[in-house]
Design a protein around this ligand. Structure first.
Ligand code: EAX
Length: 323
């Protein structure tokens, strides 16, 4: 009799564990940068915070380094739900939600303090909300950083030095137009294709934040680095809207909080390492120039006239006037 009770208890326990395990929901998180880059470190932080707060209710599988595709492709897969979460720059997002292009305007953001005031305030919230009409839940703004220009042809001190350079840009019409105004020859491509093109020498240059230039070995492929900081490039942790809506209200709150915590962690990594990483790039042989950014700002300014009718002059003014 005792044996039967013990046997039954073991069976019930095994069944309970099986059921509990079955309740674990697997979610796929993807990004298109290396596993040493801040997006990846931020993704690991996000998973850690969720696990601390929700135990093993969710199994978040991270697919790094373009394993599941380029940033634009990852957002397309997110929309149809084959990927649940994506970390991406806003670069390709203008193709999904046109008003996101506003953040890609040249010299729109003064510094990281201005960036945080905009994206942690009502403007940031309204931009996140604008993603929902595309089936995308923006969990939080993270950071890619201020973008700088690299090339293999010449040191860059002013816009004239960019004339004729074949520069890869993200698939972003504001970025393309801005570089055309410098007299460069911009060509849009996904990040993976850009790395191949740099290796093959079919383009002269590219532009990216210091952390991307370092974590993707651009110092081995490009000689000159001009600290133009011509665009601020936000990043986002995105979730498929329907998958987010399937979460309980408490789980949704936890996902949003974990995204914010991981975003602050990711930004801090970028910002506290910027000076040290720049020094490493110089030690690795890159010749760094400090152009007068006002010349670039003036040369790129006409792009505002072209796009403010799209986003509304008010939004641009609100961003510029944010302290
Ligand atoms: O999001 O494509 C780019 O240049 C991005 O800055 C990079 O993939 C990180």
């Amino acid at each position: 009799m005792k044996r039967i009770i013990v046997g039954l208890t073991i069976c019930c326990l095994a069944l309970w564990i099986q059921t509990a395990k079955a309740a674990t929901r697997t979610l796929k998180l993807a990004h298109a940068v290396s596993t040493t880059a801040p997006y990846h470190l931020g993704s690991e932080k996000f998973v850690q915070v969720l696990s601390e707060r929700l135990g093993d209710r969710f199994d978040i599988r991270i697919f790094p380094n373009k394993q599941l595709g380029s940033e634009r492709s990852l957002v397309e897969q997110l929309q149809i739900g084959t990927i649940d979460l994506v970390v991406t720059s806003t670069g390709p997002l203008g193709g999904f939600v046109p008003q996101m292009l506003v953040v890609d305007l040249p010299f729109l953001f003064r510094d990281t303090k201005h960036v945080d005031h905009v994206f942690e305030g009502p403007i940031g919230q309204s931009l996140l909300a604008s993603l929902e009409k595309a089936g995308i839940k923006g969990l939080a703004f993270w950071e890619n950083g201020f973008r700088n220009l690299t090339n293999n042809r010449r040191p860059v001190f002013n816009p004239e030095d960019c004339r004729g350079l074949i520069i890869r840009t993200m698939e972003n019409e504001v970025h393309l137009e801005s570089f055309r105004l410098l007299g460069a020859n911009p060509t849009p491509m996904a990040w993976g294709e850009a790395l191949t093109a740099l290796k093959q020498g079919t383009i002269d240059g590219q532009e990216n934040p210091i952390n991307i230039i370092y974590t993707h070995g651009i110092y081995d492929l490009q000689k000159y680095l001009a600290l133009t900081a011509h665009f601020y490039s936000p990043a986002l942790l995105l979730m498929n809207q329907k998958t987010f809506e399937k979460l309980t209200p408490s789980e949704q709150k936890t996902f949003l909080e974990a995204a914010q915590i991981a975003g602050r962690f990711e930004k801090e990594i970028i910002r506290k390492n910027e000076a040290e990483t720049l020094k490493k790039l110089e030690d690795l042989g890159m010749r760094v120039t400090l152009p007068d950014r006002s010349f670039f700002r003036r040369a790129m300014a006409p792009v505002y006239q072209k796009y403010q009718s799209r986003f509304g002059e008010t939004l641009i003014q609100e961003i510029l006037e944010t302290p």
